[in-house]
Ligand binder design. Structure first.
Ligand code: 13P
Ligand code: SF4
Length: 319
């Protein structure tokens, strides 16, 4: 539509004028992903978004994703201006892990290494020894376990359980979940698999055990994209936010992508898998945020300094 084109062009112009770079997650709308790539930015998973923002020379980072991604960018680059189209774009994992309750949990278990998922507030990260994302959580916990460490894990219980099963680590868990991935259903997936016996099943580890257990590949958003691009199968059943299909289709146009089922009655809801907070990012509020220089992410300095340590540990580990 011409209107969309105008907004895209305007956004590109503003990015250039403000020496700004767009850092987008795979779950945001396709036009934002395309704009990021066309203007020298990135569309990626949460680990690479963090690294890219830190290493890029631009003075302004515009993060199209959810709040913890903007906060992570600011924690790593306090000298840069970090803008987001909508600061209300949060995450059920972040909301479900308030910093005070989390601190009390940590206080009660001082003998454990505190490992938190990226999907948490800056205040929670400030209390952690390690931050991990879904693309490095397994390796980092395996390493800690090999060194004899016991772990306190927060907040995603499904990812925690998956890592615990894979590594055998001693993990005490917070009880959080992603409202999107928590909805994928094992039984319905089994029926779908019967209809598509040759399909590869790709699952993000924030999904329930019944779904993860059926996966050919379990991994972060970038790992799932890689599985489609490099896989020899023709069909793929994808159990993660359906925003990812945009990039998968671009990179593997001849492959068949099928969304994994999310609701008990799959006749009425074949897939509802889209994060409402990721969906708050659009071209219009992107343009507005560039025009106004707001909303901007701020993290208070004592919290930032503490939170930076656990993120840097992860970045060094995965370098
Ligand atoms: P990835 O790190 O796999 O991109 O997943 C993060 C996430 O859940 C974003 O919502
Ligand atoms: Fe959080 Fe889930 Fe949305 Fe990712 S998809 S931002 S984990 S609620």
């Amino acid at each position: 539509a011409p209107e969309r084109q105008t907004l895209t062009e305007r956004a590109a112009e503003l990015l250039k004028a403000h020496n700004a770079v767009l850092v987008a997650h795979y779950y945001v709308d396709g036009p934002l992903q395309d704009l990021a790539l066309a203007t020298g930015g990135i569309v990626s998973d949460s680990l690479e978004m963090a690294r890219f923002g830190r290493d890029h020379a631009a003075q302004t980072l515009v993060v199209a994703g959810v709040r913890f991604m903007g906060e992570t960018a600011k924690i790593l680059s306090p000298e840069k201006r970090v803008l987001m189209p909508d600061l209300d774009a949060t995450c059920s994992l972040d909301l479900g892990c308030p910093a005070d309750d989390f601190a009390a949990f940590c206080d009660a278990h001082p003998d454990r290494q505190v490992v938190v998922y990226a999907n948490t507030s800056a205040a929670v990260k400030a209390r952690a020894d390690w931050m991990v994302t879904s693309s490095c959580a397994l390796e980092i916990v395996a390493d800690l376990h090999a060194k004899g460490q016991k772990i306190l894990w927060a907040p995603d219980r499904h990812l925690g359980r998956y890592i615990q099963e894979q590594t055998g680590a001693d993990m005490l868990m917070w009880n959080g979940a992603c409202i999107v991935h928590d909805e994928f259903k094992g039984l319905e997936l089994e029926l779908l698999r019967e209809q598509h016996p040759n399909a590869q099943i790709l699952v993000h580890p924030e999904s329930p055990k019944s779904v993860v257990d059926m996966a050919h590949v379990v991994g972060s958003t970038s790992a799932l994209i890689k599985a489609v691009v490099e896989g020899t199968a023709q069909e793929y059943i994808v159990a993660t936010d359906n925003g990812i299909l945009h990039r998968m289709r671009q990179l593997a146009p001849h492959k068949t992508l099928i969304e994994a089922p999310t609701a008990g009655n799959s006749a009425t809801c074949k897939s509802c898998a889209h994060c409402p907070w990721m969906a708050m990012n659009g071209l219009l509020n992107l343009v507005q945020c560039l025009e106004r220089g707001a909303p901007e992410i701020h993290v208070d300095e004592p919290t930032r300094v503490k939170a930076q340590r656990c993120i840097n540990r992860m970045l060094d580990f995965t370098a």
